[in-house]
Design a protein around this ligand. Sequence first.
Ligand code: MD3
Ligand code: FE
Length: 217
Amino acid sequence: MTADLFDGLETAGADREQLAPGAVILRGFARPHETELIAAIGAITAQAPFRRMVTPGGHQMSVAMTNCGSLGWVTDRSGYRYDPVDPESGKPWPPMPPLFRELAEQAATDAGFPRFAPDACLINRYEPGAKMSLHQDRDERDIGAPIVSVSLGLPATFLFGGLKRTDKTQRYRLVHGDIVVWGGPARLAFHGVAPLPDGEHGLLGRQRVNLTFRRAR
Ligand code: MD3
Ligand code: FE
C-alpha cells in the first residue's frame, strides 16, 4: 500500500451509511484520488474503448462499457461471461492500475470485507438517458466476495431492491466520489440505475462513469 495514499481517510467512519445488511456507502471516499482515477480511465479507454454491448436477447445496452484487469465482463448474443480477452481487439484487457486495486481493497476493508482481491474491473459510462435495468450480478464464481463500486461524474439515482425481482426498491443518490461496498446478504440483491439526468460535471462533463470491482474467479 502506498504510504500516504489514504492519509485523512482513517476517520472516514463518519461518512459511512449502511443501506442494508452488507451494503455500505462510503461518501466521498474516492474524491482524494479523482484526478488520478480519471487519468487512468483515459489510459484504459485509449486501449479498450467504451462500447455498447448487445445482450443475449439482442438489445443494445444504453450504458457503454469496457474493462481492466485479468478478466472483463462481456455480453453478446451467446450470453454473459468473464473473458480475459477484449473481443473488439483480440488482446487482453488493460491491466488494473495499482491505485484501483488499492482503493477497492481499502474500501472493502473499511466496510468489513478484508482481503478483497479483485481480478476484474468493469467500467460503465452513462450518458444522459442511459440506464441499467434491475438485475442481479451472479456471473462471479465466488459470491462470498463483495463488489465495490466507485461513482464518478454526474449524479445518478441507484435502485436497490431485494432478493426477488418484484421486491420493493429503495432509491439512493450516488454522487462523484462515492464508493459503495456490496457484500454478505446484499450481494445478490436486485439493483439498477435510473435514466441519467442531463448535467455538466466539472471534471467529466456530460457523463457518469462507474467502476465495479469484482472477484470473478
Ligand atoms: C448491489 N452497475 O455494473 S454499481 C453493474 O452504477 C452495475 O453502473 C451499476 O450494477 C452502476 O452490474 C451499479 C453498484 C452495484 C454493483 C453491484 C451490486 C450494486 C450492487 C451487486 C449486488 C448488489
Ligand atoms: Fe450490477
